[in-house]
Write a protein that binds this ligand. Structure first.
Ligand code: AMP
Length: 422
């Protein structure tokens, strides 16, 4: 199937081809025709599946066809984080480069005045975080009464982050005649209830099974004693010859400390979390995207939304307290058909968190032999300069060999962990 088969107009086909997309992804194939027909949609898709284009392309087409350039916004995309708002905004700008739709990104943590000015000039598409949007509405700068399209992106995350009240308030300001699209990576009861209240006879489009982690991510677990976690992390990072890694910690303080520790060990790293100013966050993310730093140490705020092309791996330095966050974290790698790896460092105290994640996924990561093994000899506490076996060679090892070594490694690591924690 091609983008042309989906019924997209020539100017959008041109932008899509300029972006280098040769074929629509499954969520795009399924969702775009229904959205073009004007149907409400409940999309079960995590980031990395191409869901942004799945809604941005048809919404841009419908707006362009309406051909009534008004002063008031006609499409509203709500996102949980500023980074996601920026990314979605960027996509609307890129895809709409041949069209006449004006797009603005509205989020907190930055000066509100340029946003007020931009709205004043007239905007067709708003991509916004709920808090700043409400602020602008309450100050009288925005009129949402002409909105024809409401898109709730990463709706599960917005509920997790406590935006339900704000979203309800915003929806009460919208006209009842509108098309609604809701995307969520996970399906909890609260999301189901929320969707029922907003969507009218929605088409259900799913690209992965309920709560399933990205297929193309090879996941593995490294059992390690708490006091050996940092050494193990450094060993893993060094083993990949400067491959970039997104490392997750549970706390902001932990992220700061770990980034500093890595820096001291000669590994360029930045921390990324919500206590940092928006400009510091943008700066760190850009440094990471431009390969100026090897490691970004982040809390779960980064687990959603941010899109870093071809990120080879994610390391869970700490497992998350909420098992759903694991799915979002590992979704940062293995994006849009690329393969990726996710390694979780698990201390004896965190085994229960691992079991919660496995329960959610419906399988055991511990026994996942498709994962690339951790470099051998975990009992060693000094950190070697690099792994003797380059990654591209390791990929060609036979499966049986990998499996045996993986089992052997687990036995070694387990006994090491036990000794060290005793
Ligand atoms: P998303 O799930 O919307 O965050 O998209 C994830 C990544 O996939 C982004 O970098 C997109 O540019 C890319 N992408 C989206 N659709 C396609 C496609 N049809 N072909 C190739 N890459 C795509």
């Amino acid at each position: 199937m091609t983008f042309r088969d989906l019924g997209l107009m020539p100017s959008l086909l041109k932008s899509v081809s300029e972006k280098g997309f040769s074929q629509p992804s499954p969520i795009q194939q399924k969702a775009i025709p229904f959205i073009l027909e004007g149907k409400d949609l409940l999309g079960g898709a995590q980031t990395g599946t191409g869901k942004t284009a799945a809604f941005a392309l048809p919404v841009l087409q419908l707006l362009e066809k309406q051909n009534n350039r008004e002063h008031y916004p006609r499409a509203l995309v709500l996102t949980p984080t500023r980074e996601l708002a920026e990314q979605v905004h960027r996509s609307f700008i890129d895809f709409g480069s041949q069209l006449h739709q004006r797009c603005a990104a509205l989020y907190g943590g930055v000066n509100i005045n340029p946003q007020i000015q931009q709205i004043g000039h007239g905007v067709d598409v708003l991509v916004a975080c709920p808090g700043r949007l409400l602020d602008l509405v309450n100050r009288g700068h925005l009129d949402l009464s002409r909105i024809k399209f409401l898109i709730l992106d990463e709706a599960d995350r917005m509920l997790d982050m406590g935006f339900l009240h704000d979203i309800r308030k915003l929806i009460s300001l919208l006209p009842s005649q509108r098309q609604n699209l809701l995307f969520s990576a996970t399906y909890s009861d609260s999301i189901r209830k929320f969707a029922c209240n907003i969507l009218k006879q929605p088409i259900l489009v799913e690209v992965s099974k309920k709560n399933e982690a990205a297929h193309q991510v090879a996941q593995s677990v490294c059992h390690v004693a708490a006091d050996q976690k940092k050494n193990m992390l450094i060993k893993l990072i060094r083993s990949e010859h400067r491959a970039q890694a997104l490392v997750f910690t549970r706390t902001k303080h932990g992220a700061n400390k770990l980034a500093q520790h890595l820096d001291k060990q000669g590994i360029d790293a930045d921390a990324f979390h919500s206590n940092k100013s928006q400009s510091a966050r943008t700066n760190s993310l850009n440094r990471f995207k431009n390969n100026h730093i090897q490691v970004l140490v982040a809390t779960d705020i980064a687990a959603r939304g941010i899109d870093i092309e071809k990120l080879p791996w994610v390391i869970n330095f700490d497992l998350p307290n909420v098992p759903e966050d694991y799915v979002h974290r590992i979704g940062r790698t293995g994006r849009a058909g690329e393969t990726g790896r996710a390694v979780s460092l698990v201390t004896p105290d965190d085994i229960h968190l691992l079991r919660q994640v496995e329960k959610l996924l419906g399988n055991s990561i511990d026994r996942n032999n498709s994962a690339e093994p951790i470099p051998s000899d975990e009992s060693q506490t000094t950190v070697p300069p690099s792994d003797p076996i380059p990654f591209h060679h390791r990929k060609h090892r036979s499966k049986k060999n990998t499996t045996d070594r993986f089992k052997r490694r687990r036995r070694t690591t387990r006994s090491t962990a036990t000794q060290q924690s005793a």
